[in-house]
Design a protein around this ligand. Structure first.
Ligand code: NDP
Length: 516
């Protein structure tokens, strides 16, 4: 799951899947900074000058791994095309606009029936007549002790479930320095326990089902403060007590480091920051937030609209799937490549719960009753999206496992078409990978993104066509995934060299066959 910050984040920290791109032997490549260089300098893949350091052989979790030593002195010029201050300005802006965006959408829904235009008109007039500060003060949500207790209880509960519930132990992919970490995947039981607890507390009268929607404004302030504090803590931790010193990534820009993150896998004891914050507080909350806004609709109108039920089903399917396949998630870019900074810390704790649930917030205030065929069509789009999403992702995993274990694989009833792609790791180790060029992966290089886009479209369609606000999500996903497809091309070309170009000739479209 991603935040707007990914547009900045995607480039640098996700370029290398724990191994270095082909022909690149320096630590910048290992960090993935060449990718950032490329994205910030309009696609050029100029190598960044870095200090070279000697590699040490170490054992990580019993696995022979090679660590290239990096530390604070390995300052990487991450933007050959941009002067340092431009990176600072970019970093600063990326810290500023997402919280403003969340606040804007919250206020539009809270006071303007989710009309972005009405709020925009009001803001402009206040800017012109000099009353903007008073306007902000007047509309700033009140934060009470109850909301703080609620959020504290929520976080504590999620941490306890994360640490205490049993789960399957899975290994992640190698980090840039070659560490292979283990993870306890117990997300699905945490999700079930949390939802059962919510139902019991509501049933017994300890809380109202509308508790989240009633505290929505206060929670926005609290999650913002929490997200920023977490990012700050992670930044300090990375400097003074890192979990894996050699996996840190320093850019030379404090803003950039704060934003993108320094540590690859911050941990405190068994508590893994990435797995916990990427999944638990935001994604477990996603379905509870929807339920709470459905309850709000019921409280206000005396019924729950069919669109709200539909939305709960569609979002619920995606969330449950996420936790059922939590070990798959370890191999996605979020966990395998990104570092832990503001964009993950704040993004997962504030952006995700507020922006991914916009549709239910909207429907609570603007009930939409879809005709039966509208419900059916939306459901078909959503389920088709979900099936494509799951099937494409599964096919890649299945293919790679089969090739590794049996050396052959059948896709859609025929022998798989593939490229055997050797690459060289940063410590000059020769390895190889397989690139599937048939089945879903023969249609386009990221057909899984089509599934996600159809999912996103169905969530928006469930809200009818009364306002643009619910459609923000599909626009966001479209930009996010298109950008991600470009970034992944850069990364894979660095890793596989000419063979990636060969693969691109065999599968010429990035996402949508014959279109893009
Ligand atoms: P992908 O699942 O598309 O994986 C890309 C990686 O797979 C490449 O870097 C490469 O890694 C490997 N690869 C590329 N081509 C092939 C091939 N032909 N055969 C085998 N392996 C190949 O990456 P993402 O992590 O971006 O996406 C995972 C899922 O998460 C998607 O379904 C996406 O839509 C979803 N998503 C959802 C978001 C949300 O907020 N809802 C946000 C972002 C993603 P290597 O070769 O190095 O192993």
């Amino acid at each position: 799951m991603k935040t707007p910050s990914e547009f900045m984040a995607d480039g640098p920290h996700s370029a290398v899947n724990g191994i270095g791109p082909r022909h690149i032997e320096d630590t910048a490549a290992q960090n993935g900074h060449l990718s950032m260089s490329a994205s910030l300098s309009k696609g050029s893949s100029v190598q960044s000058p870095v200090n070279r350091r000697k590699a040490d052989d170490v054992h990580a979790n019993g696995i022979q791994a090679t660590k290239a030593i990096r530390n604070k002195n390995d300052i990487i010029n991450l933007s050959p095309g941009l002067p340092g201050f431009s990176v600072d300005i970019l970093g600063f802006l990326m810290l500023l606009w997402p919280p403003l965006c969340v606040s804007y959408f919250w206020l539009a829904c809270h006071s303007y029936q989710c009309s972005l235009g009405d709020l925009g008109g009001q803001v402009l007039s206040k800017i012109f007549d000099g009353g903007i500060i008073d306007f902000i003060k007047k509309n700033f949500p009140e934060v009470n002790a109850g909301a703080i207790k609620l959020y504290s209880f929520w976080m504590l509960l999620q941490v306890i479930l994360f640490l205490a519930l049993p789960g399957r132990i899975r290994r992640g992919t190698a980090t840039p320095a070659g560490n292979v970490l283990t993870y306890k995947c117990n997300g699905i039981s945490a999700w079930v326990v949390t939802h059962l607890l919510f139902f019991i507390l509501v049933k017994k009268g300890f809380i109202d089902a509308t508790i989240i929607s009633d505290n929505w404004g206060a929670l926005m302030v609290i999650t913002n403060v929490f997200g920023f504090s977490l990012a700050f803590f992670s930044y300090v931790k990375a400097h003074f007590f890192p979990s894996h010193r050699e996996d840190r990534c320093f850019s030379g820009s404090a803003f950039y480091d704060f934003f993108m993150g320094v540590e690859h896998n911050p941990r405190i004891g068994p508590f893994d920051f990435k797995l916990f914050f990427n999944g638990r507080p935001g994604i477990v909350a996603w379905t509870l937030i929807n339920l709470s806004f459905a309850a709000k609709q019921y409280q206000d109108l005396g019924y729950v609209s069919n669109s709200m039920i539909l939305l709960n089903i569609l979002h619920g399917t995606y969330v449950v799937d996420f936790f059922l396949n939590e070990s798959w998630y370890l191999r996605t870019i979020d966990i395998a490549h990104d570092h832990f900074g503001f964009y993950l810390a704040w993004g997962d704790t504030c952006w995700l719960p507020f922006m991914y649930t916009l549709q239910s917030v909207y429907l609570a205030r603007n009930p939409v009753n879809l005709p039966w065929w509208g419900c059916a069509a939306t459901l078909v789009v959503g389920l088709a999206g979900y099936m494509i999403f799951r099937s494409v992702n599964h096919q890649k995993d299945y293919f790679r496992v089969e090739m590794k274990t049996n050396g052959k694989c059948t896709i859609w009833g025929k022998p798989a078409r593939y490229i055997l792609a050797p690459y060289v790791t940063t410590d000059a180790e020769k390895k190889h990978s397989y690139l599937l060029a048939s089945g879903w992966w023969g249609l386009s290089r990221h057909f899984n993104y089509v599934g996600d886009l159809l999912n996103a479209l169905s969530y928006c369609l469930a809200c009818g066509f009364g306002h643009v606000l619910p459609y923000f999500y599909i626009v966001f996903m479209l930009i996010l995934l298109i950008h991600r497809s470009f970034r992944d091309d850069v990364r894979c070309r660095q890793k596989y060299g000419a063979l990636w170009d060969k693969y691109c000739q065999m599968v010429p479209y990035k996402i949508i066959p014959f279109v893009f």
